[in-house]
Design a protein around this ligand. Sequence first.
Ligand code: PNS
Length: 161
Amino acid sequence: MPAAIYPGSFDPLTNGHLSLIQRGLKMFDRLIVALLVNPKKQPLFTIEERVTMIRDAVNDPRIEIDSFQGLLVDYAQKKGVNTMLRGLRAVSDFEYEFQLANMNRKLRPDIETVFMMTGEDYFYVSSNLVREVASLGGNVEGLVPPNVLKKLKAKYSGGKP
Ligand code: PNS
């Protein structure tokens, strides 16, 4: 299988994402980690910070790190890649992911989404929860790569967001 796009917000990258990237590389020759630039959302980290954090955590020539605006299917067409990779943590992810995958296929019938189950070590880890715990002074060591941990600590130094 040649290439897949692994899209997401990655605000910030977690070890769950990293694990999926590593496992994805067993299935695909090349992965494009594509960060959504969403003007409607106020992220914790800027797009540049998020790209840099991923670049620092993932050092593999088979990975391209990129950002996109607008529809994922349009971005996929521009990149010439038809396969999306997404992680499924729990049953609660299923409905949203089911909608996303089917809407994307409705918009572009040649788009396929491949799901990988998140490993048991990270099934409870989400960027949202990591941000919340870190903002309240909790320890997220082991849930995010060391470089992301450093950035989170810097963002929340003093314990305040
Ligand atoms: O990490 P996330 O926030 O769960 O990722 C969601 C993402 C970026 C994959 C999804 O919101 C997306 O693809 N957005 C781009 C806009 C789009 O194509 N919307 C229609 C998809 S049904």
